[in-house]
Design a protein around this ligand. Structure first.
Ligand SMILES: C[S@@+](CC[C@H](N)C(=O)[O-])C[C@H]1O[C@@H](n2cnc3c(N)ncnc32)[C@H](O)[C@@H]1O
Ligand code: SF4
Length: 322
């Protein structure tokens, strides 16, 4: 028992913090409509969240969630708080509001700024990134490349079937701007069954990721091989996507799983519990049928998938050290 507890206490996770579940877009792949009461995170909840984050437990905080962080009215103050905090912060944005003022302020406060981009083809972009202005996002990307000195700019390429025919051209444009940290998720998540109509085989996406020399986003949630092993041993339910990450919603609730888009399965609150306390509770929990039964991430990581992911992880670490 003592040994088991020690193992559970010695792995780190990623935390996904949702500054807001409101958004200025209506992207076709995003199942945000499942959120009944979109809201912004209050300053008090953000301060409590910051107090819960320590580098001993958390190797990376991604400010993303299911909304657009740049729309938060206290964007500048929150970024300042992140700058002063010892944990590493990254941010994911649709790029529409990333004007030079915001970019200069973000510089150095986040390690990696990831902008989601569907396609260089204006028709595809309009259909996927609904309500956003492609030209404006492209101008902001050019400005980011120019202005960011300490923050790395990355792109999250949308793994939607309709984006793939123009993928090579999209990559060509980004590289021509000097943007080379190009990432893609090998899974078009159905977010716990919320996106049934779009299923794209992971194998096809993995092959495209290899073919175009992209960075696979699943590797970003692996702190180290040893820690993934410890996560695996400590959790009763061996679901890797659930166990590598802890989601803090805009209401300050820890969610059972990142893929709970509807925010229907909270397992604690930043105001009353630490990350370790809530992880211990989750470690003992089984799957939640209403959420897990329809999830296309479930059983994603059987022995074969884990091995493939492990090989990619080692390859990417070798590339980084080369
Ligand atoms: C949910 S968004 C939130 C942050 C920000 N509003 C944005 O669009 O980048 C975070 C990331 O998830 C990606 N995403 C959204 N829906 C997805 C899906 N069904 N499958 C895979 N990735 C998805 C987006 O492309 C984006 O890179
Ligand atoms: S910008 Fe992000 S959060 Fe907003 S609809 Fe698109 S994917 Fe969803």
């Amino acid at each position: 028992m003592k040994g088991k507890k020690k193992m559970a206490d010695s792995y780190r996770i990623a935390v996904n913090v949702e500054w807001t579940s409101k958004c200025n877009a209506l992207c076709s792949m995003c199942p945000r409509d499942a959120i009944e009461h979109p809201q912004i995170m209050s300053d008090a909840t953000w301060q409590q969240t910051l107090q819960r984050l320590s580098p001993q437990e958390v190797f990376r905080v991604v400010i993303a969630g299911y909304g657009e962080p740049t729309t938060h009215p206290q964007f500048f103050d929150f970024v300042e708080d992140a700058r002063r905090h010892p944990v590493r912060f990254d941010m994911v944005s649709n790029g529409h509001l990333l004007d030079p003022d915001k970019l200069v302020h973000l510089d150095g406060a986040v390690g990696l700024l990831i902008v989601s981009f569907s396609s260089i083809d204006p028709d595809v972009y309009r259909r996927v990134h609904v309500k956003l202005d492609q030209q404006r996002v492209m101008e902001n990307l050019k400005a980011a490349q120019r202005l960011l000195k300490r923050t790395k700019l990355g792109i999250s390429l949308t793994p939607m079937p309709e984006c793939l025919p123009s993928l090579a051209e999209t990559i060509g444009w980004l590289k021509a701007q000097g943007i080379d940290a190009l990432t893609m998720s090998p899974t078009l998540y159905n977010r716990g069954g919320n996106l049934k109509e779009h299923q794209l085989a992971s194998d096809k996406l993995r092959q495209l990721i290899r073919q175009h020399g992209l960075h696979s986003q699943e590797l970003d949630f692996i702190p180290s091989g040893r820690e993934i092993f410890r996560q695996w041993c400590s959790n009763r339910y061996k679901c890797v996507p659930r166990n590598v990450d802890l989601f803090v919603s805009s209401a300050g609730e820890y969610l059972y799983c990142y893929n709970d888009v509807g925010h229907r399965h909270p397992i604690g609150h930043v105001g009353s519990e630490s990350i370790r306390e809530v992880l211990r509770r989750r470690e003992g929990m089984a799957e939640i049928p209403a959420l897990c039964d329809d999830c296309n991430m479930r059983n994603r990581y059987g022995a074969g998938e884990l091995l493939k992911t492990g090989i990619s992880f080692v390859r990417s670490r070798l590339r980084q050290t080369a």
